[in-house]
Design a protein around this ligand. Structure first.
Ligand code: IMP
Ligand code: MG
Length: 178
């Protein structure tokens, strides 16, 4: 079994690169079918979604644009008071079909915040595509439209996802060893 050590923790292979690529091809086909004629703008959320966005877009065959944003967090007194803001959106998304590209939906707090903020720009509609979804961790009333892979509540790294900044470059996904 493939293993990696990242900083102080050991991780074991969880989802191999071929499985990731096959799942991504599957949702690309769904997007091509559902959004044909919509000329969507894909908005990838950095840093985590960079590999997912790159590989997904190779299989999106409908006319579309892609852009990249990041989320800035400002610490409040309590974690529930943290203010998060979208940085770097230069395109006008009013009346556009938007597809948010996320690396993972865990509790759903980030996705809820993103949806609320993007809605203020009055897009025609917003779809959400995520590489990974932890359905059992969900705490908010949000649901991604396109999920490449459902996973259990383990902490994972690789393929864009990090542990303290490291591990994003791995082509497979690893889960923490118990
Ligand atoms: P949320 O809990 O849905 O708001 O997820 C917020 C963010 O936590 C995600 O965009 C990831 O950056 C990070 N995250 C959640 N679960 C994991 C994990 O298992 N590994 C690495 N990062 C994670
Ligand atoms: Mg992220």
């Amino acid at each position: 079994m493939k293993q990696v050590r990242i900083l102080d923790k050991d991780f074991e292979l969880f989802i191999d690169a071929d499985t990731i690529q096959a799942s991504i091809k599957g949702i690309a086909a769904d997007i091509n079918r559902d959004l044909e004629g919509e000329k969507p703008i894909f908005i990838a959320i950095l840093n985590g979604s960079f590999m997912f966005a790159g590989d997904l877009m190779k299989h999106v065959t409908i006319p579309c644009e892609i852009t990249f944003v990041r989320i800035a967090s400002y610490r409040g007194m309590k974690s529930t008071e943290d203010v998060k803001e979208i940085l770097g959106l230069r395109e006008d998304i009013k009346d556009r079909t938007v597809v948010i590209l996320e690396d993972i939906v865990d509790t759903g707090f980030t996705l809820e915040m993103l949806l609320n903020q993007f809605k203020e720009y009055e897009p025609k509609k917003i779809k959400v595509a995520t590489l990974l979804f932890k359905p059992k961790a969900l705490k908010r009333d949000v649901k991604p439209d396109y999920v490449a892979l459902d996973i259990p509540n383990d902490f994972i790294v690789g393929y864009g996802l990090d542990y303290d900044g490291y591990g994003r470059n791995l082509e497979d996904i690893y889960k923490i060893k118990q």
